[in-house]
Write a protein that binds this ligand. Structure first.
Ligand SMILES: C[S@@+](CC[C@H](N)C(=O)[O-])C[C@H]1O[C@@H](n2cnc3c(N)ncnc32)[C@H](O)[C@@H]1O
Length: 324
């Protein structure tokens, strides 16, 4: 993707359009949520508003769509979607877990989350999310957040870096890469994504450099997850979403990697479970009742047509349930 300065014929607006995010599993999400007239929906991860624009028509003029994003740069997209939407819309800036936690009662009919980063964040090289460009090593979804990825790789002890690469990136060469990072930063601090990509490449055995995809992908995923507290936000967000949904309200989550999907699956299955007594007991002693019903027994994944048209959708998994 080219930057606005190297494309003088494109004005900034066209540049933003070129970077705009393609919403994944759009029809599937709307079908599972089945928004109806007068309902209140909470879009936890507004991005470019592709999902919001598809949910809004079902809500109708008396409905309300609350759009939340921790990245303040979504405001332009919000204005465009809100202008055309046939329902009322409101934008809230912040982490969805905090925003939901501030709500008092069971007043939402729909909550949905489309996790991870948007194409705008990935493709704006100055945001430092992508290993594909040399750019400042940043990765903050909220540019006002305290720590950037550079702070993390320059400050954390080797053991902690290793644990992060292993736990959040499922990186096989976590130990070697953490050692490479610490050796490199003893000479000069990291400032750019390119420097980190080079260290990853140097630290792993040669055959591993030529495997599937960029060898720095897992390390970048791990740092992004930690910098943005992604898993902790998801855990809190799921609890809070359940709390503020009214009975009959629907929750749907689209995730993009196994750490997130595992968390969503466990949460929804846990809510949907009836008796949790150990097998073999003659009668139930736990008294556990389901609090949600799954809207799809298995994760919904994109059809081949969608993956061909939008390769970034490949890893997406959608799960949904209704509050009882
Ligand atoms: C995959 S994009 C969403 C795209 C959107 N559904 C669309 O159709 O354009 C994810 C967005 O969620 C935001 N985000 C991720 N985690 C968040 C969190 N915990 N709280 C609020 N926003 C978050 C990111 O800043 C990003 O804009």
């Amino acid at each position: 993707m080219t930057s606005p300065t190297s494309l003088p014929l494109l004005d900034y607006c066209e540049y933003e359009m070129a970077l705009a995010h393609t919403p994944v599993l759009l029809e599937e999400l709307v079908e599972l949520l089945s928004p109806s007239r007068g309902e209140v929906a909470f879009d936890a991860t507004f991005g470019a508003g592709g999902h919001a624009a598809a949910v809004a028509p079902g809500l109708g003029p008396d409905g309300l769509l609350i759009a939340c994003d921790r990245d303040p740069t979504v405001e332009g997209f919000f204005r465009d979607v809100a202008c055309a939407a046939p329902c009322r819309m409101k934008l809230v800036h912040g982490n969805f877990a905090d925003v939901l936690a501030r709500r008092q009662d069971e007043s939402l009919d729909i909550v949905y989350m489309d996790l991870g980063v948007s194409s705008m964040q990935l493709d704006r090289r100055e945001r430092g999310f992508s290993y594909a460009y040399d750019a400042p090593l940043d990765m903050r979804m909220d540019p006002a957040a305290e720590r950037s990825a550079a702070d993390l790789v320059n400050e954390l002890p080797e053991e902690e870096l290793k644990a992060i690469f292993r736990r959040y990136g499922e990186e096989r060469y976590a130990r070697e890469i953490a050692r490479g990072v610490v050796e490199t930063r003893s000479r000069h601090p990291f400032t750019s994504t390119g420097e980190l990509v080079e260290v990853v490449k140097r630290s792993i055995p040669t055959p591993a450099r030529f495997g599937a995809g960029n060898p720095a992908r897992r390390v970048f995923q791990a740092l992004r997850i930690v910098i943005n507290d992604e898993l902790e936000s998801l855990a809190r967000g799921l609890d809070e979403a359940y709390r503020v949904l009214r009975p009959g309200g629907r929750l749907a989550v689209i995730s993009f990697h196994s750490l997130e999907d595992r968390m969503v699956k466990r949460f929804l299955r846990g809510q949907a479970a009836g008796c949790i007594c150990p097998p073999g007991l003659p009668q139930c002693v736990c008294g556990h009742e389901p609090t949600m019903r799954l809207l799809a027994r298995r994760a919904v994944v994109p059809r081949q047509r969608e993956v061909e048209a939008n390769p970034r959708s490949k890893a997406a998994k959608l799960r949904a349930a209704v509050k009882l």
